[in-house]
Design a protein around this ligand. Structure first.
Ligand SMILES: Cc1cc2nc3c(=O)[nH]c(=O)nc-3n(C[C@H](O)[C@H](O)[C@H](O)COP(=O)(O)OP(=O)(O)OC[C@H]3O[C@@H](n4cnc5c(N)ncnc54)[C@H](O)[C@@H]3O)c2cc1C
Length: 391
């Protein structure tokens, strides 16, 4: 299906009796980045299927931060690659990714400080801008904090905040312009497998024959992987964000201020603040705000930032972080099923890694291997023996 007929069917929510070279399951930031990177490399017969609307999953609910201090060591090359890609995003895609270098400040007490010191040494080796701060220097950057139990801060002035919706729309627009199909309201309900190869997907709008399927299903990645006989160890953990009205102490700029042990964080959002804190594993797919959790958030916020005493909570939302046991994503081909790829388990770091995820998967699919960074660690085989995966 090409040209005018295709454009019309995209508008109408069409019947999907079709074929594609690649089907991507999931229209979050990772699936969209992949659609763009495939199309950019000339693989334009791509069909991305999103059961809801683009960004309806975790990608539309994040705190939107990119910082080299957050992901694990294995992901550092990915965040470096992504940071560089975001810096040239406007030039490459013609859209503003909304980057604001507000600075990132991670702080830790007895438990968290050693890892922050280690990360600082590593970042210095890699030539990444970062400084170690004592509590006095922390309170110059973010005033109004209680710091008696904080030992050290890891600060980078050049890191900050992105605009995930703009990034997703830019990827979607450019992927479509290059020929990819990006369809909302189409749910993938199963895989077609012939022998030990992927042959297609079943969807709420009909089947699509394809030799290549990518699992970018975010909080549903475990379900999709199970269709391929894989039991991926991903746990969906709920995280809340609450927004306040203006707070007298915080009318000026402050960095993204993140306490590593809990974790708890805050940054400016409009005239007020955005405050985030994690809670528990959940089976919810469309997580709602648990207002009883607000008491816990307020308690800790007033402990860590007593200046918040005059803050009024104005809104809140909750989202899911699909987390693996080592908090690194699961990327790459399934060894037992040709044509099936995972691009999932991004936990709390999928926004900052969007360019890297898309580029890595596009290389694997088009070139048969990913060469932009060392990807060996990210294979699903680090958790399970492929012998346990049965079709
Ligand atoms: C509160 C919060 C704060 C966060 N803060 C940050 C941050 O500051 N920085 C950062 O980098 N990351 C952050 N994250 C993490 C980040 O949001 C995620 O890692 C990222 O959005 C994952 O993107 P994704 O594309 O893999 O998944 P998603 O955005 O969840 O996309 C998956 C999509 O797949 C669709 N789907 C699922 N199953 C099917 C199916 N069968 N058929 C069709 N479609 C399907 C879903 O509807 C969904 O839209 C945060 C997360 C939360 C919850």
């Amino acid at each position: 299906m090409r040209g005018a007929a295709r454009a019309e069917s995209q508008q109408q929510g069409w019947a999907v009796n079709d074929t594609a070279d690649v089907v991507i399951i999931g229209g979050g930031i990772q699936g969209l980045s992949l659609a763009y990177h495939l199309a950019l490399r000339g693989a334009t017969d791509v069909c991305l299927l999103e059961k809801d609307t683009l960004g309806a999953g975790s990608s539309g609910r994040s705190a939107a931060i990119i910082g080299h201090g957050f992901p694990n060591e294995h992901c550092l090359p990915l965040v470096q690659l992504s940071y560089a890609a975001f810096m040239r995003f406007q030039e490459e895609l013609g859209f503003d990714p909304g980057y604001e270098p507000i600075g990132c400040l991670l702080m830790g007490g007895t438990e968290g400080a050693p890892a922050l010191r280690q990360r600082h040494a590593l970042l210095k080796e890699l030539g990444v801008d970062s400084q170690l701060l004592d509590p006095a220097a922390i309170s110059e950057l973010t005033p109004g904090l209680y710091l008696d139990d904080i030992e050290v801060g890891l600060y980078s002035a050049s890191e900050g905040c992105l605009e995930p919706h703009s990034i997703m729309m830019a990827y979607a627009h450019q992927a479509r312009r290059l020929g990819a199909r990006i369809l909302e309201g189409v749910e993938v309900t199963g895989l077609e497998i012939k022998g030990s190869r992927v042959a297609g997907v079943r969807t709420s709008s009909g089947p699509i024959a394809t030799p290549c399927v990518v699992n970018a299903a975010g909080f549903r990645a475990q379900t999709v992987a199970a269709w391929a006989g894989m039991d991926l160890p991903i746990t969906n953990v709920k995280r809340h964000i609450f927004c306040t009205g203006p707070v007298a102490t915080y009318t000026g700029p402050i960095p993204f201020t993140y306490e590593v042990e809990l974790p708890w964080y805050m940054r400016r959002e409009g005239p007020g603040l955005l405050i985030g804190m994690g809670n528990a594993e959940t089976r919810e797919e469309d997580p709602k705000v648990d207002w009883s959790f607000l008491d816990e958030v307020i308690d800790h916020s007033l402990y860590r930032a007593p200046a918040l005493i005059d803050a009024g909570i104005q809104s809140g939302w909750a989202g899911l972080r699909p987390i693996t046991p080592d908090d690194d994503p699961i990327l790459g081909p399934a060894p037992h099923l040709a044509g099936f790829f995972n691009d999932c388990g991004w936990g709390g770091h999928g926004i900052m890694h969007a360019p890297a995820g898309g580029q890595i998967l596009a290389e694997w699919i088009i070139d048969g291997e990913a060469t932009c960074v060392d990807t060996r660690h990210f294979r699903a085989e680090r958790f399970r023996s492929p012998r346990s995966w049965k079709l």
